[in-house]
Design a protein around this ligand. Structure first.
Ligand code: GDP
Ligand code: MG
Length: 297
């Protein structure tokens, strides 16, 4: 007969529990000061918080980041809770010197690994809060011709510890042709200097065509050209998030104008789990192996 025990709902229960607990995700932003890091983070996530309220004041927006600053926020979507931590780092020019800024970043990432390792070997293993840095948005200046020396140095210090996703900051100052050239140049330099950036996983062959196409476009957009902005402009009776110039508006949310939407989509939806998995399986395991080795010597 159709005897019903109920264990068939077990996977669902596990899933529901994970959903109830929520997801932890930590994003770090790195790059020269003034490249729009704080603005982009606000555009990526806080826009929802400020939806029907006043936009952040001008003073808040221009405040300089001199120390590592953590911001935490919770987003809920369709019953899924996301606990997001943003690690805003001092820009290179704000730090005492270049070498020092590497150290600040590396120390932060390592400290989170250490905490996780301590927690894992402790008594309260079930309720570990995962503060490890799952993704590092690396801002490249649009004013140069590609990577600067400090970018190469910093990325190489970070690349075995964290998933680096390179971005071209303030892409609105570049023409379409300049942008294409800049993207090619950066990819070439990343290859030449042996920098390991986050590798987007291959698309499952059983995904539908739309998804495959989207995945292809996503990969073709690296390094993502971003435009950040927290002001809303009126155009044709519609409210648009964008930067208004005498000749027109650069729309943050228009995929023909920049890669903002693609970046946001991949971060908070399509690739969040993979970023977490690679952090845990590759970067954290590296740290753990190193840690054990140094303890033995
Ligand atoms: P941070 O030092 O990297 O955090 O940079 P901020 O977010 O504080 O931005 C520095 C300045 O650049 C501010 O005046 C911003 O309004 C401006 N800015 C931010 N994002 C963009 C962008 O995408 N394009 C342009 N043209 N300006 C931007
Ligand atoms: Mg800032």
């Amino acid at each position: 007969d159709d005897e019903y025990i109920g264990f068939a709902t077990l996977p669902e229960q596990v899933h529901r529990k994970a959903v109830r607990r929520g997801f932890d995700f930590t994003l770090m932003v790195v790059g020269e000061s003034g490249l729009g890091k704080s603005t982009l983070v606000n555009s990526l996530f806080l826009s929802d918080l400020y939806n029907d309220r006043e936009l952040p004041s001008v003073k808040d927006q221009i405040e300089r980041t001199v120390n590592i600053e953590k911001k935490q926020l919770e987003i809920e979507e369709k019953g899924v809770r996301l606990k997001l931590t943003i690690v805003d780092t001092p820009g290179f020019n704000d730090a005492i010197n270049g070498e020092n800024s590497h150290k600040t970043l590396l120390d932060y990432v390592d400290e989170q690994f250490k905490r996780y390792l301590d927690d894992e070997s402790g008594l309260n293993r079930r309720n570990i809060i995962d503060n490890r840095v799952h993704c590092c948005l690396y801002f490249i200046s649009p004013y140069g011709h590609g990577l600067r020396q400090i970018d190469v140095q910093t990325m190489k210090k970070l690349h075995n510890k964290v998933n680096i996703v390179p971005l071209i900051a303030k892409a609105d100052i570049l023409t379409a042709q300049e942008l294409r050239r800049m993207k090619n140049r950066i990819l070439q330099e990343i290859d030449e200097y042996g920098i390991h950036i986050y590798e987007f996983p291959d698309c499952d062959s059983d995904e539908d065509e739309d998804f495959k196409q989207q995945d292809k476009e996503l990969k073709a957009s690296i390094p993502f050209a971003v435009v950040g902005c927290n002001t809303v402009v009126e155009a044709g009776g519609k409210k648009i998030r964008g930067r208004a110039y005498p000749w027109g508006i650069v729309e943050v949310d228009n995929p023909n104008h920049c890669d903002f939407v693609r970046l946001r989509q991949m971060l908070i939806s399509t690739h969040m789990q993979d970023l977490k998995d690679v952090t845990s399986d590759v970067h954290y395991e590296n740290y753990r192996a190193m840690h054990i080795r140094t303890q033995m010597t």
